[in-house]
Design a protein around this ligand. Structure first.
Ligand SMILES: Nc1ncnc2c1ncn2[C@@H]1O[C@H](COP(=O)(O)OP(=O)(O)OP(=O)(O)O)[C@@H](O)[C@H]1O
Length: 253
């Protein structure tokens, strides 16, 4: 039976030195859903996202208290294989960051690192991943051309394809469309909605319409706390907390 709940945080607190950036976050993320994290600049959205695949471990002076469980396993336990965790929980960033190599090699990079050498299998993975990221038709004739020659929107879909190639289960997206034009943004939004059939997605966005359009659940962050977390419908039409209402109606932030 499939679990309803893919990610669960309990009493999650994070400190950057003295700065208390996440305060007692209890959040459940449902399998095969899109969860949007919204809130004003500096409220802890990206920090929270990074706790889900231990990317904050790479930052000096960070202290984390509490629990983050994925499939009921606490990922902060000392015996956790962080490389395997980051394969299972992949991340897409604000600015597309393809490697300076061909389209093909960008996608094959992860599987190769994990030891795959068989050219035929790599070809299959490259095609499947590019199809999964809705990019195949646009690049199938230029697989061996530099990835940096693609448009920004294509590069972002390439970065998504690069993640899919290592068969993740969760996709973390940190403002993935903020550097893109409206048409590329729409393509990514459509893609994200397709991807939720197979993956669980958590997305940080400053674009409230985007959160309303594509997500199933929305968490409103303020000063390191989750003020309100509910279905996107409730958050945008009937929020319980005045602070959420002020934010979504544009009175604040
Ligand atoms: N590496 C870091 N070292 C110290 N403080 C940090 C670091 N990264 C973030 N912070 C601080 O933690 C708080 C939360 O930052 P975070 O980037 O998570 O917010 P955010 O909601 O994602 O903001 P934005 O929407 O502007 O990206 C901010 O006060 C920020 O200055």
């Amino acid at each position: 039976m499939q679990r309803q709940e893919k990610i669960r945080t309990r009493g999650l607190n994070l400190f950057y030195g003295e700065h208390h950036a996440l305060k007692d976050i209890d959040l459940n993320v449902r399998t095969h859903s899109i969860t949007a994290l919204i809130g004003p600049s500096g409220c802890g959205k990206s920090t929270f996202l990074r706790t889900l695949n231990r990317m904050n471990d790479l930052i000096d002076g960070v202290r984390i208290i509490g629990e983050v469980s994925i499939d009921d396993e606490n990922i902060y336990q000392p015996n956790v294989d962080v490389v395997a965790l980051r394969k299972k929980v992949g991340m897409v960033f604000q600015r597309p960051n393809p490697f300076p190599m061909s389209v093909y090699d960008n996608i094959a990079y992860g599987p190769r690192i994990h030891g795959l050498k068989d050219r035929r299998k790599l070809d299959e993975i490259v095609e499947k991943s590019l199809k999964g990221a809705a990019l195949w038709e646009e690049v199938k004739d230029r697989l061996h051309k530099p990835a940096l020659g693609l448009s920004g929107g294509q590069q972002q879909r390439l970065c998504i394809a690069r993640l899919l190639a290592v068969e993740p289960e969760i996709l973390l997206m940190d403002e993935p469309t903020s550097a893109l034009d409206p048409i590329s943004t729409l393509k990514i939004e459509e893609l994200v909605q397709e991807l939720k059939r197979e993956y669980t997605i958590v997305i940080v966005t400053h674009n409230m319409q985007q959160a309303a359009r594509i997500s199933d659940f929305t968490a409103y962050f303020l000063n390191g706390e989750v003020v309100e977390y509910d279905t996107t419908d409730v958050i945008f039409t009937n929020p319980r907390d005045q602070r959420t209402e002020d934010y979504i109606t544009g009175r604040f932030g």
